[in-house]
Design a binder for this molecule. Structure first.
Ligand code: WT7
Length: 626
């Protein structure tokens, strides 16, 4: 663990000078079935990236087996249910190991084998983490789909990876609601011919329909024992697929591999959060997102930490639930999203003050830029000016944190993610693709691979190459803009592509437009983001309809339903404007820049619109807006 600023500087310099030696020393702290022959083999121009080439391992041996010897009774997963009156579960490393082995055997007994893709569509209960680890143990590739996604979105992901199995639950508890997961899964499976087994966990006890491929989880578990040796995996074998949105309608199945992902998530967890043996670490994300994969499951467990899993929402039963849970479990590390902080900031601070938060040592932020107001509220009311805040910048594609301060070790700076992790060579590029030196603003890019960079997009290597390695040859291009101060600290300014981060969720505008265009009355649509108090960004949809005389409130309602159905409720636009045209260039390209300014209410900052094909439409939209 890096303990001081001077050590951080020395380490970063060494990692830059000789990345192979640096990463190979870190990797040797893990248990390998056989050692790697070459630390890194890469060529960004292809691109081809391989880490710890020829090494053999199983990530679950590193997360579980090695700790049942040294700390069998330490809590690995602390489960806090949605309902505060339901008892929390402390699952020790020994118990977790046993449950993972049993579950792995259940998967095998139902036909799963190494290399198979298994889709997991589950609520935030321990069995979700256990299922993820069980897949990893037998070498099946897990593809977790967030339980807020719709049947259409679930089916698209199952089919993209030709999953042979689906793991789901009867339902899930979320605040005062229950979500009918099995019902949604049933609807999805109608169009998924590759799935030949669906294992159903009982959580809500709600009534469900039963199909020939369905089996009850608890019944299947009874049939197997808990002896499950690990499958030996190649360092570069896929560990999982996780979908993220992009600038076309088709989600990108980012592929992460066993060796590099393990080494990098464990290394960054240890150094960013600086967890001590008796600490209780809580990341409030869902395992359906990369944050949950890397920093609820793999990173913390690979370090032998105690990781809290929370089934509920910050507002249930009241807006002090986060603080209540912090006090209840004496949380030391609290890692959440700016959108949650902004939502809670709107409520009286007495809701925070009434709970004893003295156990807190480190706070974290992830998912979008944290604005100054939220940063200071977090620092003052939650951290009592006593807890370092790590603002961690990274992506589904990067697997782990790339830019962040190290808690209490390197300086923090409000609204800045600060410095790259050792071994991460961040640069700023200008529009021509040249590196900017010193202070400046530009496009963020990474010059050298780190171990957990995604290796491909499942089934679409060409797209992987085009999206991430073609715009600026020789670099990995994340799609974010950034500025850098004189000390080298980075502040992420936001996306430079057609992705909008709404409440920390990465949403492509193209898939939403496609969904809207499904409506029979819609001719064309354009979706843009605009600043929002709580969500960071919200979505505004400009829609051209066939008959301008129709009742727009009905259409708006139907459009929202269509979007919820094809993508999920999180993608529903906040504002829908029925317009008679969209501002276009003479070549017919929609001027999204202008639509963004209009949605933000910046009517006088549109720049020169005289070159538009239809400048009059801008006036029409302005009138509608006011
Ligand atoms: C995009 C990636 C990282 C896991 C959760 C989101 C934005 C993420 C920060 C941050 C500013 C951030 C970026 C990035 N983002 N963290 N600390 N500061 N922006 O993963 O869904 O793949 O989204 O989230 O725009 O590209 P994701």
């Amino acid at each position: 663990m890096i303990n001081s600023l001077s050590e951080f500087k020395v380490t970063s310099a060494q990692a830059k000078e000789n990345p192979d030696t640096f990463w190979s020393e870190i990797a040797s702290e893990f248990q390998w079935k056989s050692p790697w022959k070459q630390t890194l083999d890469f060529d960004f121009s292809k691109p081809e990236i391989k880490w710890f080439v020829g090494g053999k391992l199983n990530i679950t041996e590193n997360c579980l087996d090695r700790y049942i010897e040294t700390q069998p009774n330490k809590t690995a997963i602390l489960f806090e249910p949605n309902d505060p009156t339901e008892t929390a579960q402390h699952i020790s490393y020994k118990k977790l190991h046993k449950r993972v082995c049993q579950t792995a055997n259940m998967l095998k007994a139902n036909g799963a084998k190494k290399g198979d893709r298994i889709c997991i569509y589950m609520p935030m209960v321990p069995e979700l983490a256990i299922a993820v680890l069980a897949c990893a143990r037998i070498g099946a590739i897990h593809s977790v789909v967030f339980a807020g996604f719709s049947a259409t979105a679930l089916a698209a992901r199952i089919n993209d990876a030709s999953c042979s199995m689906l793991l789901t639950a009867d339902g899930g508890f979320r605040g005062s609601k229950t979500i009918a997961l099995k019902e949604i899964a049933d609807e999805a499976l109608v169009s998924c011919s590759t799935v030949n087994c669906c294992l159903v966990l009982q959580r809500t006890q709600q009534e469900v329909q039963w199909n020939s491929t369905d089996k009850w989880w608890h019944e299947e578990l009874e049939k197997v024992d808990d002896n499950c040796p690990v499958e030996v995996m190649d360092s570069e074998d896929p560990l999982f697929i996780l979908y993220t949105s992009g600038s076309t309608g088709k989600p990108k199945g980012m592929v992460h591999t066993c060796g590099g992902y393990m080494v990098y998530t464990a290394y960054t967890f240890k150094n960013v959060f600086q967890c001590q043996p008796n600490d209780v670490y809580w990341c409030t994300a869902d395992i359906g997102w990369i944050t949950g994969h890397s920093y609820i499951v793999y990173g913390p467990l690979a370090n032998g930490a105690t990781s809290v899993m929370f089934e509920g929402v910050p507002s249930y039963p009241a807006f002090d639930r986060f603080w209540e849970v912090c006090a209840k479990h004496k949380i030391t590390h609290f890692y959440t999203a700016p959108t949650a902080i902004r939502a809670l900031e709107k409520h009286p601070t007495s809701l925070v003050e009434k709970h004893d938060l003295s156990s807190l040592k480190v706070l974290g932020s992830v998912g979008e830029p944290i604005n100054a107001e939220a940063w200071h509220w977090y620092d003052e009311h939650v951290g009592k000016h006593n807890c370092p805040i790590v603002d961690t910048w990274w992506q589904t594609e990067t697997g782990g944190i790339l830019i962040s301060s190290l808690a209490g070790v390197t300086p923090q700076k409000p609204t800045f993610a600060t410095l790259p992790m050792p071994g991460v060579q961040a640069v700023l590029l200008n529009n021509e693709g040249d590196e900017i030196e010193g202070e400046g603003e530009g496009i963020l890019a990474i010059k050298h691979p780190w171990p957990s960079i995604a290796r491909t997009i499942w089934g679409d290597y060409e797209r992987y190459k085009n999206v991430y390695f073609s715009a600026y040859p020789g670099y990995y291009f994340p799609g974010d803009g950034a500025l850098r101060d004189a000390e080298g600290n980075y502040r992420i300014t936001g996306r430079v592509d057609d992705v909008v981060i709404v409440s920390g969720h990465n949403l492509g505008t193209a898939p939403i437009e496609n969904a809207i265009n499904e409506h029979s009355e819609v001719v064309e649509s354009a979706v843009v983001g605009f600043p929002h108090d709580i969500k960071g960004n919200a979505l505004c949809a400009y829609v051209i309809v066939r008959d301008m005389g129709v009742d727009s409130s009905t259409i708006e309602k139907e459009i929202r339903e269509e979007v919820a159905k094809t993508i999920g409720p999180i993608a529903k636009p906040d504002r829908i404007l029925v317009v008679s045209g969209l501002p276009k260039t003479r070549s017919g390209k929609i001027m999204r820049r202008i639509l963004r300014k209009l949605a933000a209410g910046e009517h006088d900052q549109l720049g020169d619109i005289s070159t538009l094909l239809n400048p009059e439409i801008v006036e029409e939209i302005k009138r509608q807006n006011s």
